[in-house]
Design a binder for this molecule. Sequence first.
Ligand SMILES: Cc1cc2nc3c(=O)[nH]c(=O)nc-3n(C[C@H](O)[C@H](O)[C@H](O)COP(=O)(O)OP(=O)(O)OC[C@H]3O[C@@H](n4cnc5c(N)ncnc54)[C@H](O)[C@@H]3O)c2cc1C
Length: 383
Amino acid sequence: MSVSFQLTEEQESLQQLAHEFARDVIRPAAPHHDETGEYPHEVLKQAHEYGLMNTHIGEDNDGLGLGALDGILIAEELAWGCTGIGTAMEANGLAQQPVILGGSPELRAKYLTPMMENYSLCAYAVTEPGAGSDVQALKTTAVKKGDKWILNGNKMWITNAGVADWFFVVALTDPDKKARGGMTAFIVEAGWAGVTVNKKEINMGQRASDTRAITFEDVEVPDANVVGKVGDGWKLAMAAFDYTRPAVASAAVGLARAAMEHAAKYATERKTFGKPIVAHQSIAFMLAEMKMNIEAGRLLCWNAAWKKDAGLRNTMESSIAKAFCADMAMKISTDAVQVFGGYGYSKEYPVEKLMRDAKIFQIYEGTSQIQRLIIGREMFSRR
Ligand SMILES: Cc1cc2nc3c(=O)[nH]c(=O)nc-3n(C[C@H](O)[C@H](O)[C@H](O)COP(=O)(O)OP(=O)(O)OC[C@H]3O[C@@H](n4cnc5c(N)ncnc54)[C@H](O)[C@@H]3O)c2cc1C
């Protein structure tokens, strides 16, 4: 396949649609949801109507079946609007992806098809209080009893937990084997007996999204709700990241772009020592660094997504994009606050929110340290 940076007409339309939605619907709503932490249902319902949610669900489940590159174009624009609202929307994709990859036709018809018809939410529930970076340390168990599994354990930091109808859950089914066939994935409905969703966490940033712990106490899960085969849990949970990490990285690019635009505008308006601050070389260079890094980050995202769409292994490229763009968004949003001076530190101006929102990109879907571990492992295992 030849390399081209030329988007198709369809991709340009998608990008335009997502941009207009971010400008006209997400941005006006963002301050309220950041301030109150109220879940942005009204924004997400409109996004669902516009076809901007659940974009990777396949045509056999009444979805659009968009590719990885299509998805990241949308993710960047939504995040340019507000990454809290973007994360709330994209969390559906993270929970759905392993089901798209490994779910039986019956399971996909039961849980994915209705999500195309009606607005509803789901959540990816893998992390536990003692198992974040070290997913293999998870303790949730599922024990087979007749045609059911009995699920017990605690999940932590689950995005959309308080608003989801179902969870993608990974549990130990053979504790001795752990990641080597000892973990199994299940779809667990939020309304089932024994499922308790705990209080909403009060987070530093991305406050429009909903993060909670979940407790499972003797929850009866039908055998039909196993995703893929028994023992496939680890594989499916990790395979999803090859699709979602380029999207998370693109969201970081969208945030950085917003920060750069605010900083560039302010730099032409604010005057010190008789001239606009952009005329001071140290400010102009800071803006130039922002531009360089945003362009570089976007290309890493496109490369990671392009590889997935081309059917190539993209685990390393996904981690490179995620690590680079998360660190870049943190740096650029911090520098944007610097360009604003004292005003940047105030909630009256847009960049303090961006700096708070940026931090989570270095933590969720694998921290910046874990991405580097993956890159190192992939570099040497590929030789
Ligand atoms: C807002 C939010 C939303 C989230 N959403 C979800 C979700 O929807 N679903 C889900 O399953 N999880 C979710 N998470 C969990 C997230 O993925 C984890 O928090 C993350 O993977 C880090 O795990 P931890 O918090 O346990 O930190 P730890 O694993 O305890 O790490 C602590 C520190 O040690 C570093 N570290 C750990 N191990 C190593 C190592 N081997 N080498 C070098 N450094 C290391 C880490 O990088 C980090 O800096 C979310 C978290 C947050 C905060």
